[in-house]
Design a protein around this ligand. Structure first.
Ligand SMILES: Cc1cc2nc3c(=O)[nH]c(=O)nc-3n(C[C@H](O)[C@H](O)[C@H](O)COP(=O)(O)OP(=O)(O)OC[C@H]3O[C@@H](n4cnc5c(N)ncnc54)[C@H](O)[C@@H]3O)c2cc1C
Length: 333
């Protein structure tokens, strides 16, 4: 049995950030991840300047693909406008590995199955014992399942289903495009070019709404990829899209249960307007680490719910709902 102060389940941005912060404070940490890094993570790889700041990333010395945009293109049916803003793209395959490596934590490849609480400690699969347990295992986090699912379940209404593909592509258009509600999709689709000749295209929508509308991801995908050809963004691509699901930010009252804490997608923290999850994963991980090192309360009520505050509300009737979550159906904190 290995004894350690903190076990972090999951080495994505939430887990690696928590490990990095705890390591800086001299806390002994082991990260357990079922995957070997670098690993593929479905994600458009859009990163906000706030997340870059929280991660204290020096863009100039970041050793992998990193691209910056000075505007985002928003498409609503026949309307199109560009919003000036600085945003970035990375490749998760590289980014997550870089962050985990930088954390300096010991990383063990291990799929967590059974978690027991004994005499104030957590025992994981009979192999590891720790005082604090961090659930950073994303949507299917076993810590969430064991200690949070029953007391603060994620809301079905806030579940997103996504479909995407990232592949090498000699893109000509070096700007980021977003299409909202195309073909009735209760969500949006994206084209995100990456440095070093990659592109990520995909779409996501609310699961329950799609069920009500009878919409299928594959059908939305077929018309979206036709649109990419029509707009001369991607042609001659052979797509192999993959699906994944995660949750927008709802009521996240209970994020600590004893000495078990959950962060990132394990909580379900993606922004309600854009489904941005990296920034909230990083921010929640910093707060969780602080609460352990400072013996303070861990709460996420102050975490921003929107990626672009006020933006959608100021665009007239057409865009008076948030991009993904319409305000009527979202139980907000
Ligand atoms: C298609 C798609 C596009 C997206 N685009 C963006 C975007 O452009 N920008 C953005 O900000 N957000 C985006 N998101 C959301 C973003 O990817 C997530 O919010 C973010 O990855 C959350 O980080 P995390 O560390 O909480 O979880 P994850 O990155 O999912 O990491 C969880 C880790 O836990 C490990 N794990 C899981 N179960 C176990 C287990 N039992 N034992 C051990 N290890 C385990 C996994 O292997 C994984 O490495 C997108 C999501 C999807 C699906």
């Amino acid at each position: 049995m290995q004894d350690v102060d903190v076990i972090i389940v999951g080495g994505g941005p939430a887990g690696s950030t928590c490990a990095w912060k705890l390591g800086q404070a001299g806390v002994d940490v082991i990260v357990l991840d079922r995957a070997s890094f670098p690993r593929i993570k479905l994600c458009a790889g859009w990163v906000t300047p706030e997340a870059v700041d929280d991660l204290e990333l020096d863009i100039d010395s970041y050793p992998h693909s990193f691209m910056s945009f000075d505007k985002l293109h928003f498409h609503f049916k026949q309307f199109h406008f560009a919003k000036k803003t600085t945003q970035h793209s990375i490749r998760r395959y590289e980014f997550d590995n870089f962050l985990l490596d930088r954390s300096g934590a010991r990383v063990h490849k291990h799929k967590v199955k059974k978690i027991e609480k004994q005499n104030g400690s957590y025992i994981i699969d009979g192999l590891y014992r720790c005082k604090y347990l961090i659930g950073a295992g994303g949507t299917r986090c076993p810590v969430y399942r064991e200690f949070f699912h029953d007391i603060n379940p994620r809301a079905k209404l806030l579940q997103l289903a996504t479909y995407e593909h990232e592949f090498p592509y000699d893109w000509e258009n070096d700007e980021c495009h977003l299409w909202f509600f195309g073909d009735g999709l209760p969500g949006y689709a994206w084209y995100v070019p990456k440095a070093d000749g990659y592109v990520n295209v995909g779409l996501g929508g609310k699961v329950e709404k799609m069920k009500t509308l009878g919409g299928r991801l594959q059908n939305y995908w077929n018309s979206f990829t036709k649109k990419l050809v029509g707009e001369a963004l991607v042609h001659d691509a052979e797509y192999e899209p993959t699906g994944y699901s995660y949750y927008l930010r709802g009521n996240v009252d209970v994020v600590r249960n004893g000495n078990a804490l959950i962060v990132g997608d394990a909580v379900g923290l993606a922004s309600v307007d854009m489904g941005e999850g990296i920034g909230p994963a990083v921010r929640s991980a910093i707060l969780a680490a602080d609460s352990i090192t400072e013996n303070s309360k861990y709460e996420l009520q102050k975490l921003a719910r929107f990626s672009v505050p006020g933006f959608f509300r100021n665009r007239g009737k057409q865009a008076r709902v948030s991009a993904i979550a319409d305000t009527k159906s979202v139980p907000l904190p």
